[in-house]
Design a binder for this molecule. Structure first.
Ligand SMILES: Nc1ncnc2c1ncn2[C@@H]1O[C@H](COP(=O)(O)OP(=O)(O)O)[C@@H](O)[C@H]1O
Length: 255
């Protein structure tokens, strides 16, 4: 109830979004599945903000504000930040968006607990929840291969996944997403992308966030999407599954 009150001044979804065009979507999925990549592409395509609570947490960490030290100990060990802190970061971000008359949103990394899902349900009508899925052996490789350009913030992945098919399963291939030459010498790895911490994050996902899938399944809002491979294979199929016309030309789909 406390959170509903703090969001009340933003108005109900219809008044924030008079044209009714902005989607209210959520991306769920394990660490390393590519939520950020697909949420960011869709937000550009649909003209709605991509709001990643992981990014909000990392910005807070980098700002060395009052929360930074407390957050570092939690995030660097792969634990979840408290619902209270996440809600305060999210509310701050939504208030900032309201001043710019943003409409709709694609949430990435939120909600991650049933309690967060309940709070969200109290303040916004979510239209659709996309549950991205990838086999576990590929998830670990993708997390370990993740790199960020320390200069421009671009996200890349140096992992080349090539898993031999077994028992009639086809080979599973995901090409790396390599940085342009300018970024190549400036790549950094997130401190929570070590093997030990990624395994911990996967376990916490299964324990705390998997139930959120069921929460939305029960409400008829969950779209399951099995990633068939890397971006060139997956992006056009995701657009199809979402009934979105492929506005992007082939070149940008495989970029
Ligand atoms: N909704 C949330 N609730 C609690 N903690 C969160 C939430 N979103 C992000 N975090 C914190 O930020 C970290 C990084 O989040 P994110 O970038 O979404 O990671 P991932 O790549 O594992 O999906 C998480 O491990 C967690 O500590």
């Amino acid at each position: 109830a406390r959170f509903s009150t703090s969001l009340a001044h933003l108005g109900p979804p219809m008044t924030r979004d008079p044209g009714g065009r902005g989607v209210h979507w959520v991306f769920l999925g394990c660490p390393g599945v590519g939520k950020g990549t697909y949420a960011s592409r869709l937000s550009q395509l649909l003209g709605v903000p991509h709001i990643s609570t992981g990014d909000l947490v990392r910005e807070e960490l980098a700002s060395s504000g009052p929360l930074a030290q407390q957050l570092a100990g939690i995030v660097n060990h792969g634990q979840l930040v408290s619902d209270e802190i996440i809600m305060s970061l999210l509310i701050k971000r939504l208030e900032h968006g309201a001043t710019k008359a943003e409409s709709g949103s694609i949430l990435d990394g939120f909600p991650r607990t049933i309690r967060q899902a309940e709070i969200l349900e109290g303040v916004t009508e979510i239209d659709l929840v996309i549950n991205l899925k990838l086999r576990e052996d590929a998830l670990l490789a993708k997390c370990l291969g993740r790199r960020i350009c320390s200069h421009c913030g671009g996200n890349y992945n140096v992992a080349s996944v090539n898993i031999k098919g077994e028992n009639g399963r086809p080979d599973f291939i995901m090409a790396p997403l390599l940085p342009p030459a300018d970024c190549a010498s400036k790549l950094v790895t997130r401190v929570d992308d070590t093997e030990e911490v990624v395994k911990e994050r996967l376990q916490i996902y299964n324990e705390m966030s998997k139930p959120v899938e069921e929460f939305y399944r029960a409400r008829g809002k969950l779209l399951e999407f099995d990633l068939p491979g890397g971006i060139p294979e997956s992006w056009p199929k995701l657009l199809q599954a979402l009934n979105l016309v492929d506005h992007d030309d082939k070149q940008s789909a495989s970029a």
